[in-house]
Design a protein around this ligand. Structure first.
Ligand SMILES: Nc1ncnc2c1ncn2[C@@H]1O[C@H](COP(=O)(O)OP(=O)(O)OP(=O)(O)O)[C@@H](O)[C@H]1O
Ligand SMILES: [Mg+2]
Length: 352
């Protein structure tokens, strides 16, 4: 598993989400990046549940559809995983070199990982900060992902005719995307939160480093399920109502009430995690919270979160520092889909 590649050949960023598969292809202009190609296609409900692939055929078909609809030529892709099968932990270890750690990582990791060590892929990054360099300990970011999950993802991507070169983690892709687009904020402590259909990835970062990550099983599907319950409709009807569809089964007023109630639940979950972080790092102050993922489109969610967490909240634009040819892509359209492409952009920034 290659998690931290930054140099080398460009790859296509392919974000296999619960509700939709998104891709972004970037090219180097010599002065930065430009969008070469991008798109998405939705997946039927229950295709992916909590990060696990339940219906591989639908995923393969969806990827093939993207390849043919968007005339994707590039074969090398970066994909990502998240959810319960992925563990990201910051651990403190006696100081050692990278190659010493390489040899010892399995022994060290065993103490921190709730799965059988033989069932996981392990990667790490030494986070030695200058002030700690003289000490006897070092901080290490430990990443473990269930092998069977990774293998499933690799298999479907291959079956669709692509070569998975990098397996990333949603939260890290988000961080990469953020660092490219908001370089002036490098000294600020900020919280990045991607709210998708089933998982919310939270990553608190500062100075190009992740201080805290957490995946919470909550997202757009919760809104849909709440509408389903309230109006006794099926998932598809509820999803349609959520997206602004009209039906005699529920007035816009009722829908709004359900949306706001669910947004309060989402906001509370974010607040709980931020409070946990602040309790762990009492000396740190979060400057602002960035939201991405399809749920940023839920009306009033931003305001509800803002009131709950008591921080400035902004919607991420992953194309802030990526140029776009307006003759090829409508800037307004990119603006509109930007928050949904946040993870894909982060993946497209990886190199083999
Ligand atoms: N206009 C909208 N109003 C409300 N919700 C929306 C809107 N557009 C998209 N969504 C919701 O956003 C979610 C999809 O977002 P996204 O593509 O970021 O998720 P995903 O990556 O597929 O899921 P996950 O990351 O959880 O695996 C869905 O629940 C969808 O209903
Ligand atoms: Mg997602």
């Amino acid at each position: 598993m290659e998690l931290f590649g930054r140099k080398g050949k460009r790859v296509l960023g392919l974000d296999i989400g619960t509700s939709a598969i998104k891709f972004v292809d970037l090219k180097d202009t010599g002065r930065g990046y430009q969008v070469d190609n991008l798109g998405f296609t939705s997946l039927p409900p229950e295709t992916i549940v909590d990060g696990s692939l339940m219906d591989t055929t639908s995923v393969v078909e969806a990827i093939r559809e993207l390849i043919s609809n968007y005339k994707i030529k590039k074969k090398e892709v970066a994909i990502s995983v998240s959810g319960h099968s992925v563990i990201v932990k910051k651990i403190t270890l006696p100081k050692m070199t990278e190659s010493e750690l390489e040899e010892n990582i399995f022994v060290e990791a065993e103490r921190y990982i709730p799965f059988d060590i033989n069932d996981v892929n392990i990667d790490f990054q030494i986070l030695s900060t200058p002030e700690k360099e003289t000490g006897e300990h070092m901080e290490v970011l430990l990443v473990a992902a269930k092998k069977d999950l990774i293998e499933d993802y690799i298999a479907i991507v291959r079956e669709a005719g692509l070569s998975p070169m990098i397996i990333d983690i949603d939260s890290f892709a988000l961080e990469n995307m953020y660092e490219l687009n908001y370089p002036l904020e490098i000294g600020d402590l900020v919280a990045l939160c991607d709210i998708g259909a089933s998982i919310m990835n939270l990553n608190i970062v500062k100075g190009g480093r992740s201080l805290f990550t957490r995946d919470i099983s909550i997202g757009g599907n919760l809104y849909t399920e709440e509408i389903q319950k309230e109006l006794s409709v099926n998932f598809e009807e509820a999803e349609d109502l959520k997206l602004g569809g009209v039906s005699e089964k529920g007035s816009p007023h009722t829908i709004d009430r359900v949306l706001d109630k669910t947004s309060s639940t989402v906001a509370l979950e974010i607040a709980k995690s931020l409070d946990f972080f602040t309790a762990t790092f009492p000396e740190e102050r979060i400057a602002r919270l960035y939201l991405s993922g399809g749920c940023v489109k839920v009306p009033r969610l931003k305001q509800i979160v803002e009131e709950r967490v008591n921080l400035p909240v902004e919607i991420i634009n992953p194309f802030t520092n990526i140029s776009v040819n307006p003759r090829v892509f409508d800037p307004e359209y990119l603006n509109d889909i930007g928050p949904i492409m946040a993870v894909s952009v982060g993946l497209a920034l990886r190199r083999v």
